[in-house]
Ligand binder design. Structure first.
Ligand SMILES: *Cc1c(COP(=O)(O)O)cnc(C)c1O
Length: 375
């Protein structure tokens, strides 16, 4: 990754509001506590905290009281461990062959995704003569990672397979949590409950962001939100209860006047119907500004919306600013690409994707500014 450019030289600035991340985390935690049970709230930090920066997010949330973190890759766990030495960190992708010594040394807890991993981890506990935390991931319907229901039954009938391990968590992941009416939610809940009841004493976890909003039945002992912490709406179709976290601004490099019937950008994918003014802005698909936003995206310049015209290039977009006051569209001024009026969910809709992909695509060459970083 390139070093962050100097702020005053930056052509594009990503601002991450860690106060908003913290407020979102507290809001979700309090939803879990509403029923009066002691439910903990974790934070999912995979993919560099959905593109926003795992290290600053982990530090701030740890300061806020969050103690449980989930990553996908072991490398991500290493990066989180470096900034929150006392946190509990679980690696969702599991235990790769030959990695057990590193996991033990770094205090990473694998989500055990099959019986082979269970037995490898148990052997590690014997070899290192210390009880190791284990997370058992049960597949209740995703058909992706995790023990099958049959494997889970073998485990429940033969608890010796877990000897030397401290069963820190039983977990499963929901297929369709953002669609409350989908019957798969209840089916997965039933399968998970059956498993949990056969493994008494172990804490359990099933809810991602949207799962938290399916109600108290889904909260169990630990909730695992990712997206909602970062401002993505966990309740699509209803008002977003989360605070916006990311804002992205990029500089206007040049403003040009063109005649009617003039093509702009690669392949002249857009032609002016009238004499037009075009602002050229310093962001492109190399920054995660998706090509699908060509002729569809919108940017905000001083409270005026302007539409992307033509193709998205690697480093540039072109925007029709004909109807905007000339005084606000000047080279050097910034246009807002993501922000209060252009949430990741709204940008996603225009790009035919979801807010998760918009955030995790955010580029490496933005200058990154953090509001409310933990010291
Ligand atoms: C990504 C992930 C989460 C978080 O999901 P969100 O929808 O972002 O809240 C939780 N659990 C697992 C297993 C995941 O892979």
């Amino acid at each position: 990754m390139l070093p962050s450019p100097q702020a005053h030289l930056a052509d594009a600035v990503l601002t991450v509001d860690l106060d908003a991340v913290a407020a979102n985390w507290r809001y979700l935690r309090d939803l879990g506590r509403a029923a009066g049970r002691p439910v903990d709230c974790a934070a999912v930090l995979k993919a560099d905290a959905y593109g926003l920066g795992a290290a600053p997010v982990a530090q701030r949330l740890f300061a806020e009281g969050c103690r449980h973190f989930f990553v996908a890759h072991a490398d991500e766990g290493v990066a989180v461990r470096a900034v929150v030495p006392d946190a509990w960190i679980c690696v969702l992708n599991g235990l790769p062959t030959g990695a057990d010594a590193d996991y033990v040394e770094l205090g990473l807890v694998p989500a055990l995704n099959d019986l082979g991993q269970v037995s490898t981890w148990r052997s590690a506990a014997q070899r290192y003569v210390q009880p190791l935390d284990a997370v058992v991931h049960l597949d209740t319907g995703m058909n992706r990672l995790g023990l099958t229901v049959d494997e889970a039954a073998l485990l429940a009938n033969d608890r010796m397979r877990l000897r030397g391990l401290r069963l820190a968590l039983l977990m499963s992941h929901l297929v369709s949590a953002e669609k409350p009416a989908d019957p798969i939610n209840r089916e997965q809940l039933d399968r998970f409950r059956t498993f949990v009841s056969r493994m008494p004493g172990a804490p359990a976890s099933v809810a991602n962001s949207s799962g938290i909003f399916l109600g108290g039945d889904f909260h169990f002992d630990l909730m695992r939100p990712g997206a909602a912490l970062y401002g993505i709406n966990p309740t699509p179709g209803a008002t977003n209860p989360m605070r916006q976290v990311a804002s992205l601004r990029a500089r206007i490099l040049q403003v040009r006047q063109i005649d009617a019937m003039t093509g702009v950008g690669y392949n002249h994918d857009w032609r002016s119907a009238r004499p037009s003014r075009i602002a050229v802005i310093a962001v492109g698909y190399a920054d995660g500004y998706l090509r699908a936003l060509g002729n569809r995206g919108e940017v905000m310049i001083d409270n005026h919306l302007a539409r992307v015209v033509g193709r998205v290039s690697m480093d540039l977009i072109t925007v029709d600013v004909t109807d905007l006051p000339e005084t606000v569209v000047r080279p050097g001024a910034f246009a807002e690409l993501i922000g209060a009026h252009q949430t990741p969910d709204q940008v996603a809709e225009k790009a035919h994707t979801n807010g998760y992909e918009i955030l995790t695509s955010l580029g490496a060459r933005y200058h990154r500014a953090y509001i409310g970083a933990a010291s």
